[in-house]
Design a protein around this ligand. Structure first.
Ligand SMILES: Cc1ncc(COP(=O)(O)O)c(C=O)c1O
Length: 295
C-alpha cells in the first residue's frame, strides 16, 4: 500500500504563540465568540511581500478606534508578525487574515470588561486567484436591500448581515449582491462598486455606510495617475442600470467585471475596454509590489 502523507496544518498566530491551526483555541467567553465584538483585516501577499501594508494597518487602527479598543501591537510589531507567519507558511502568494477581539471577560456582559486583553489571531492561507472565466466573461450580480447597521466603515467581525446578503446572491446563482440603501448604492456584500459611464469612472464616496476598501483606493489612485477621469459621487440603481461597465473590487478578487445585473446585460454584456485598462495597470502595480519596490 502506498503511504499517503497527511498535509501539514498551516501555522497560525494566537495571542503571542505560533502554533498549528488545529491547536489554536480561544475561550467561549471571548467577546468575539459571544458578541462579534472585534475587527479584522484581509491583506494579500504577493511574492512573500505584504500588499498595501501601511493602508491595511491604517484601516485596522481606524476600526479599533471605532470600537474603542486599544491597538494591541505597534505597526512594526504587526509587520514583523506578518513576515514571520509568511515564512512559516512557505511564502509566495498568500492571503493574511487577522482579527482582534476585545478579549475574554469574566462573564457574559455586554459592557466592556475592566481588564480584558485583546485577543489576536492571524493566519495565512493560499491566495486563490479569481477564475479566468470571471475575468474574461464577467460575473452576475443582483441588487439587494442593504439592511446592515450604520457603521459599515468599521471592518467588524460581526458579519451576519453580510453573510445573509451574500447568501441571497448565491441562492440566485450570482457572484455578488450589490447593496442598495433607499435610492443609494453603497457597496457589494464583500466588495466596493465602480461604474464606467461615458469614459468616466464613478464610485460612491467614503462615509459610514460603506467600507473604505483598500482596492477601491488603489483603483482610484491608478486611475488618477494614468489620466482616467474618476469621480467619487453617490450612485443610484438607475446609474448602475444605465452603466457602460460595472466593476467590483476587493483585496482577494482585485477588480471583477459585472456583465449581468439582475438578469440584464451591463453595456454590451462583455467586460469593457476600461476594465482591460485598469487590469493592466493593476497587474503592473502588483508586479512592482512583488519585487518589494512598492507596497
Ligand atoms: C463589505 C466590504 N466592502 C468592501 C470590501 C473590499 O475591501 P478591500 O478592497 O479592502 O478588500 C470588502 C472586503 O472584504 C468588504 O467586506
Amino acid at each position: 500500500m502506498p503511504q499517503t502523507q497527511a498535509a501539514q496544518p498551516p501555522t497560525v498566530y494566537l495571542n503571542g504563540s505560533f502554533l498549528p491551526l488545529d491547536q489554536a483555541q480561544v475561550s467561549v467567553l471571548d467577546r468575539g465568540f459571544l458578541f462579534g465584538d472585534g475587527v479584522y483585516e484581509v491583506m494579500p501577499v504577493y511574492g512573500s511581500q505584504p500588499f498595501r501594508l501601511a493602508e491595511h494597518l491604517g484601516r485596522l487602527a481606524n476600526s479599533l478606534a471605532g470600537i474603542r479598543c486599544a491597538n494591541p501591537l505597534s505597526n512594526d510589531q504587526w509587520d514583523a508578525l506578518f513576515r514571520n507567519l509568511i515564512v512559516r507558511n512557505g511564502g509566495g502568494d498568500l492571503s493574511i487574515y487577522l482579527q482582534v477581539t476585545r478579549g475574554v471577560g469574566p462573564n457574559r456582559d455586554h459592557s466592556f470588561p475592566a481588564n480584558a486583553h485583546p485577543s489576536v489571531f492571524v493566519m495565512a492561507s493560499p491566495l486563490l486567484p479569481l477564475p479566468e472565466v470571471h475575468r474574461n466573461n464577467g460575473v452576475r450580480a443582483i441588487l439587494v436591500e442593504d439592511f446592515r447597521w450604520g457603521r459599515c466603515d468599521i471592518k467588524t467581525i460581526t458579519l451576519l448581515a453580510n453573510v445573509l446578503l451574500r447568501q441571497q446572491a448565491v441562492d440566485a446563482g450570482a457572484f455578488e449582491a450589490i447593496l442598495v440603501r433607499g435610492t443609494q448604492v453603497t457597496e457589494g456584500a464583500a466588495s466596493n462598486v465602480f461604474i464606467v459611464r461615458g469614459g468616466q469612472l464613478l464610485t460612491p464616496p467614503k462615509g459610514p455606510l460603506l467600507l473604505p476598501g483598500i482596492t477601491r483606493d488603489l483603483v482610484c489612485e491608478l486611475a488618477s495617475a494614468n489620466g482616467i477621469p474618476i469621480q467619487e459621487v453617490a450612485l443610484t440603481v438607475e446609474d448602475l442600470q444605465g452603466a457602460d461597465e460595472i466593476w467590483l473590487t476587493s483585496s482577494t478578487k482585485e477588480v471583477v467585471p459585472v456583465t449581468n445585473l439582475d438578469g440584464a446585460p451591463v453595456g454590451d454584456g462583455l467586460p469593457g475596454a476600461a476594465y482591460r485598462r485598469i487590469m493592466e495597470l493593476y497587474q503592473s502595480f502588483k508586479g512592482l509590489a512583488r519585487t518589494g519596490r512598492y507596497q
